[in-house]
Design a protein around this ligand. Structure first.
Ligand code: NDP
Length: 330
């Protein structure tokens, strides 16, 4: 089988994770990394491949089977996705859930025109969680689906606490509520409020002279971000902050609670999928790399246009042949 030639566009957390994941995939070869920054200023975790300017990406059209887009969902991907879908097979982790339908359309047209496959919104949510929500709904049509997130570092909420006056350093973790999860796992189908589903915890280093009570109060009453949650605020010193809060853990649970059977002869059926991630970006990038393989195979089979994880057969993610998979995994 040929080695799949991949490249990375955008080198932040996800880009670094993608390079590491490609290294764990013997059927793939990393050709190069593209960045909008001066290539000489971008330090790779493994400097054995070149960094090229993003503006020159079209020159490498024939050298790359799949381009893995590792830019941010907010402003990078809406620009890069439609532009690169007309040049390469692409895969990205676009995670602005409400905008996925319009982003799909923006990739579909150029990908079809160029006879390429554009795989969007790959990762864990959207991504593996979406697939498990689908399994739950399709297999247990009578029931409810619950998604709980955490324990995980939330980038948006961490940014929000860092903007509070008197905060020197800060992070925010989202935690699933254990009592709520216990009820769902137990086969109840409760209606849960925002406050009942998740709690929030902040770890804050105060600036010199700042008042802890004022900072706590500003955080827990912050509209949109904290006011609808029960939030704990912990004050720590800078050294503890640096040694204990430098990672990007995340994870969560998708639970479908349904019933099967006829009328008064019903049985509860609970389907659960969970993730406990030491590094959110490294895991997300690992999912992107597996889907880059599927994207390559779909392109080789003549498919074109935009696709999401809901459109991809699971066997395509594996480097193993269908025959080998039937023997080993069924
Ligand atoms: P980063 O902010 O680390 O990187 C985004 C881009 O910023 C990079 O591609 C890079 O582009 C640029 N960049 C990175 N470092 C620097 C720097 N030091 N100075 C200037 N520019 C820099 O974002 P992440 O990699 O953490 O996340 C990317 C996206 O992944 C998120 O927006 C999120 O939407 C998505 N995601 C999706 C998940 C899912 O489950 N679907 C889960 C987790 C994340 P360049 O090299 O061109 O400068």
């Amino acid at each position: 089988t040929p080695v799949i030639r991949v490249a990375i566009a955008g080198y932040g957390n996800l880009g670094r994770g993608a390079q590491a994941a490609i290294k764990q995939s013997p059927d793939m070869q990393l050709v190069c990394v593209f960045s909008r920054r001066d290539p000489a200023s971008v330090t790779l975790i493994d400097p054995s491949v070149p960094v090229y300017a993003m503006d020159d990406v079209a020159q490498y059209k024939d050298d790359i089977d799949v381009l893995i887009l590792c830019g941010g969902s907010k402003s990078d991907l809406p620009e890069q996705g439609p532009a690169f879908a007309g040049l390469f097979n692409i895969v990205d982790s676009f995670d602005t859930h409400a905008k996925i339908p319009e982003y799909f359309a923006a990739l579909d047209a150029p990908a079809k025109k160029a006879n390429k496959v554009a795989m969007l919104s790959v990762g864990w949510d959207p991504g593996l969680f979406s697939i498990n929500r689908l399994y739950g709904e399709a297999i247990l049509p009578v029931g409810e689906t619950y998604t709980f997130w955490g324990k995980g570092l939330s980038q948006g909420h961490s940014d929000a606490v860092r903007r509070v006056g008197g905060v020197k350093s800060g992070v925010q973790y989202t935690l699933p509520s254990e009592p709520a999860m216990a009820r769902v796992r137990n086969g109840e189908q409760p209606t849960l409020t925002t406050r009942e589903k998740h709690t929030r915890e902040c770890y804050i280093v105060l600036a010199d002279g700042a008042d802890a009570d004022t900072v706590r109060n500003t955080i827990v009453t912050m509209p949109d971000y904290f006011v609808d949650y029960d939030t704990k605020v912990h004050f720590i010193d800078q050294q503890t902050f640096e040694s204990e809060h430098g990672k990007m853990p995340h994870g969560g649970f998708v639970i479908r609670s349904g019933v099967s059977g006829m009328d008064n002869e019903t049985n509860n059926q609970v389907l659960e999928f969970s993730l406990k991630l030491g590094s959110n970006p490294e895991f997300t990038a690992s999912v992107l790399v597996a889907y880059a393989r599927a994207t390559y195979k779909m392109s080789q089979a003549g498919e074109t246009g935009a696709r999401t994880v809901l459109d991809v057969a699971p066997g395509l993610l594996s480097p193993k042949s269908p025959a080998q998979l039937r023997k080993e995994l069924l």
